[in-house]
Design a binder for this molecule. Structure first.
Ligand code: GTP
Ligand code: MG
Length: 178
């Protein structure tokens, strides 16, 4: 058994939910208030040790804005895990999860869509100390259950809350399916 693994992870979700910020927090420990829309798609890599394996996560950050989705979806293929992100303060970003999920399955065309590792991040839980939140943790967990027990993490890219834990779960799931 090889002690190295290269795992491809795709991050999807509406524009502005914090996909780029989560990745920057995880990989560079950096956070910026300023919003700069992602154009096309790009990846960063992060190495981590899981048991006796050296894992390289290749994390693909994608554009939430439709007009910037210039790369299409061909690069979804060969993914080992798909991270779906929504903003707990924006109902619409939760409702569109169905579309992102569906689109990924359609384009990535995994061998067994039911068994493919998805994970959900509910981001921006720091906003107004949680008082502007519109999607409850219960609702999010129900959605995850309805999609075949998708793991769920509540995160704050701003405060770095739960970000490492969430991506560690991503790495472990991707590794299992490899
Ligand atoms: P697209 O590239 O357009 O798809 O957006 P995105 O999902 O990459 O969002 P991005 O990471 O650029 O974040 C959008 C805005 O939300 C930025 O102004 C961030 O600073 C802010 N933001 C991201 N995560 C958090 C968070 O956890 N808490 C708070 N308060 N703001 C956040
Ligand atoms: Mg972005």
């Amino acid at each position: 058994m090889s002690r190295r693994a290269l795992l491809k992870v795709i991050v999807l979700g509406d524009s502005g939910v914090g996909k780029t910020s989560l990745m920057n927090q995880y990989v560079y420990k950096k956070y910026s208030q300023q919003y700069k829309a992602t154009i096309g798609a790009d990846f960063v890599t992060k190495e981590l040790q899981i048991d006796d394996k050296l894992v390289t996560l290749q994390i693909w950050d994608t554009a939430g804005q439709e007009r910037f989705q210039s790369l299409g979806t061909a690069f979804y293929r060969g993914a080992d895990c798909c991270v779906l992100v929504y903003d707990v303060n924006i109902q619409k970003s939760f409702e569109t999860l169905n579309n992102w999920h569906e689109e990924f399955v359609k384009q990535a065309d995994p061998v067994d869509p039911e068994a493919f590792p998805f994970i959900l991040f509910g981001n921006k839980i720091d906003v107004d100390g949680g008082s502007s939140r519109v999607v409850s943790e219960k609702k999010a967990r129900e959605w995850c259950a309805s999609r075949g027990d998708i793991p769920y993490f509540e995160t704050s890219a701003k405060e770095g809350y739960n970000v490492h834990e969430a991506f560690l779960c991503v790495a472990k799931m991707a590794l299992e399916g490899e």
